[in-house]
Ligand binder design. Structure first.
Ligand code: SAM
Length: 341
């Protein structure tokens, strides 16, 4: 076990980015046409990912979420899932996806041992997806959600990033859709990660505003008690029992309970979504470091962790995009799609 970091937080959960590529161009995440991609030769192989995840498990990690970029673009992802699921100690093996390729892969991923999926769904209107993410494949996402649910990858969670003037008039509709489909929606406050999105505070719809708007349409809302305090979403219940979550990373950050590390597709261990740099495990691993040596480096990094990036960002008075485009081009690991959302 790793013990706790400088703020008393254990290492329990790991987000593993399996690719920095994506088949959407969401305006809030990856709006540019072309990016500086991680060199192919530096992308972790499945064997390398499994080896590192196993070491992380020995450091206390019990929850792994595969992400990206778009993880379903990684060729033969089910094989990686099968390899990870064969390990002894994961309580939770989940995947975050935009859903475009999910209908085709859900059953195989389930058979391989994936426990559940979270699907990004920001709008129920195909024309908005076209304008905002440059894709006309809205129907594929909806189909993916249904196929995943029916394949047993539930409860399927839906992630909706709420942005003023784009989809903030759809909160109630997204909640109704989730209820009808037997899913649970989590409304995410727009975050100032990366930089190409030209983030502005005016575009953020805060947790408080979301709750006010939802209460005026849906009636009484009460918090759900007894959830895991380290989970990013705060959960609520409507009078009819419908549950939903809000991830208030921007207006009410929850760094104090953050037990998540991140592994980039090229093997850098990040202690925080906002971390400037990470521990280069790839170079160490390919230079022949033993499992024990890697474990000690991971543990030492975690024990020194003081990161509370979202809280520090919320203390910035004149808050704008985190990085300039030139800074992102010089170091693609600063991009959200590279570090894994
Ligand atoms: N491609 C996958 C997907 O779309 O779910 C996984 C990667 S994506 C980076 C992971 C999550 O990060 C998505 O739910 C996405 O909506 C969220 N995300 C990306 N940029 C964000 C931002 N600026 N603020 C809040 N959430 C963001």
């Amino acid at each position: 076990m790793t013990g706790v970091d400088r703020l008393g937080r254990p290492l329990r959960s790991l987000r593993v980015s399996v690719t920095d590529h994506c088949n959407l161009r969401c305006r809030y995440c990856m709006p540019e046409e072309h990016y500086v991609w991680l060199p192919r030769s530096s992308i972790l192989s499945f064997e390398e990912i499994v080896r590192l995840v196993t070491i992380f498990e020995h450091c206390g990690v019990a929850k792994v979420r595969l992400t990206g970029g778009e993880p379903l673009l990684r060729h033969d992802l089910a094989t990686l899932v099968r390899m990870l699921a064969a390990g002894p100690s994961l309580d939770d093996l989940a995947l975050t996806t935009n859903g475009l390729l999910l209908a085709d892969q859900a059953a195989e991923l389930r058979r391989a041992g994936l426990h559940r999926v979270t699907v990004s769904l920001d709008t129920l209107r195909p024309e908005r997806m076209q304008a905002f993410a440059r894709s006309n494949r809205h129907a594929d996402v909806i189909r993916g959600i249904r196929v995943a649910r029916d394949a047993g990858l539930g409860p399927v969670k839906l992630n909706s990033v709420v942005i003023r003037g784009f989809n903030d008039d759809e909160l109630g509709d997204l909640l109704d859709f989730a209820r009808t489909e037997g899913c649970e929606v989590r409304f995410i406050e727009y975050m100032d990660v990366g930089g190409a999105n030209n983030w502005r505070m005016e575009d953020v719809v805060t947790r408080r505003e979301m709750l006010e708007r939802l209460a005026s349409r849906q009636g009484e809302i009460e918090p759900v008690a007894g959830d895991d305090p380290s989970a990013p979403a705060e959960r609520f219940r409507l009078a009819d029992g419908t549950r939903f979550g809000i991830i208030a990373s921007t207006s009410e950050p929850f760094c104090r309970t953050c037990d998540r590390g991140r592994l980039t597709a090229d093997g850098h261990f990040l202690l925080c979504l906002y971390a400037e740099t990470g521990l280069d495990l790839l170079t160490r691993l390919r230079a022949g470091a033993s499992d024990d040596a890697l474990k000690q480096e991971i543990q030492a990094a975690w024990q020194e962790r003081r990161d509370r990036g979202a809280e520090e960002r919320s203390a910035v008075a004149e808050r704008g995009a985190l990085y300039s485009i030139s800074a992102l081009r010089a170091d693609p690991r600063k991009e959200m799609h590279t570090r894994g959302g």
